[in-house]
Design a protein around this ligand. Structure first.
Ligand SMILES: *Cc1c(COP(=O)(O)O)cnc(C)c1O
Length: 356
């Protein structure tokens, strides 16, 4: 690994009490270039813009995928990643589906740990605080030819993240647009999946909703995901989530919720969820909660479901009654070293690099 530290650290200007998530970047980034059939050196360099041409294949033909993960700092200043090997496996699954070269463990996990170690001062401490990390791969060859690129860049950038408290939102159950299709790229974290979801989401916002519950493309009769999160439904005291498939992204948070619920003795059923059954449960009062899960905000609770012009309200459960809140707290306690980790999910980032 080649490490080129910045001579102009911005850390003294960083205010952990007042910063903008997603626009504030840590001092360094990881980059690695692919050419002639192989990856080059993994480099840690000062964060900043790179030189590319608009004829870069990644922006023309969309060979681009990414990951989203976090690093957490406990009260003693120790730094942890959460199940990073899951993200490593998943980025390679995405890369394969988009005909891009897979990355090595040294690039992904090695680069990640070194970056987080060097810039550990940037990880805000305290409840709900973390460092949001974005590994990505994109095609960089300069060629207007609709074929697989011969050049790529792997990069890791990161932005400090704040408390993820979110207000309950209203979601529209899609009866027309789809996020993913059979045989498509829904299970890959392809950049284009996000692009394709923005317009239908804008339309839902115009109708007074914040997000969309995506349904299957063939019949629109089954729940798939909500926004960019996996979805959970609670009917009476059983929670349901659809099985992962080529249309449903295999979320780390989803998998962790399933295991944490199991540990608590909450009944979890991983099975297809019919829109009709959810609507019926809402009408007969057995629908208790619907929520989305993902790394960025952990949980977004829904307060109403829109379906074919009707707005169906969900009960407002107290924090004690809510499985969404209970499991979220279990997960966050584990991630931030506030609770034991019987699953072996936490990975401590050793302090080996000198800080800048
Ligand atoms: C990233 C993502 C998720 C959540 O995955 P996590 O690993 O839990 O962050 C769910 N659905 C989609 C479409 C995603 O892109």
């Amino acid at each position: 690994m080649i490490i080129q530290k910045t001579e102009n650290s911005r850390i003294s200007a960083f205010d952990p009490e007042n910063f903008s998530f997603g626009n504030t970047f840590i001092d360094h980034m990881v980059i690695c270039e692919y050419e002639d059939g192989k990856w080059g050196d993994v480099k840690i360099v000062p964060y900043g813009p790179l030189l590319f041409t608009p004829a870069m294949m990644g922006v023309n033909y969309g060979q681009a995928c990414f990951e989203g993960m976090k690093a957490y700092k406990d009260k003693d200043g120790q730094v942890f990643l959460f199940r990073p090997e899951k993200n490593f496996e998943r980025i390679n699954k995405s890369a394969k589906r988009l005909a891009m070269p897979e990355v090595t463990e040294e690039m992904f996990l090695g680069g990640l740990k070194a970056l987080v170690d060097i810039d550990r001062e940037w990880i805000p401490q305290g409840e709900g605080m973390s460092l949001y990390i974005r590994p990505l791969i994109f095609a960089t060859e300069e060629a207007l030819k609709a074929r697989v690129s011969n050049k790529y860049m792997f990069a890791i950038v990161a932005t400090p993240a704040k408390s993820y408290y979110t207000e309950p939102v209203s979601v529209k159950i899609s009866d027309h647009y789809s996020r993913a299709a059979s045989g498509g790229v829904g299970s890959a974290k392809a950049a284009g999946n996000y692009a394709a979801s923005f317009y239908p989401t804008q339309l839902a916002i115009e109708e007074g909703y914040e997000q969309i519950i995506w349904t299957d493309d063939a019949t629109h009769e089954y729940f798939e995901e909500s926004g960019t999160m996996n979805v959970f439904v609670r009917i009476n005291d059983t929670i349901f989530t659809p099985p992962t498939s080529e249309k449903i992204l295999d979320g780390v948070t989803r998998d962790s919720f399933i295991q944490l619920a199991g540990k608590r003795g909450i009944e979890v059923k991983v099975e297809p969820i019919k829109v009709k059954d959810v609507i019926e449960a809402q009408k007969n009062g057995t629908l208790k909660e619907v929520w989305g899960v993902g790394t960025a905000v952990v949980t977004t609770v829904f307060q109403a479901l829109g379906y074919q012009g009707e707005k169906l309200e969900l009960p407002r459960l107290s924090a004690e009654e809510s499985y969404a809140e209970l499991l979220k707290n279990d997960l966050v306690d584990l991630q931030t070293n506030h609770a034991e980790d019987p699953f072996g999910w936490r990975v401590q980032v050793d302090h080996v690099m000198e800080s800048v």
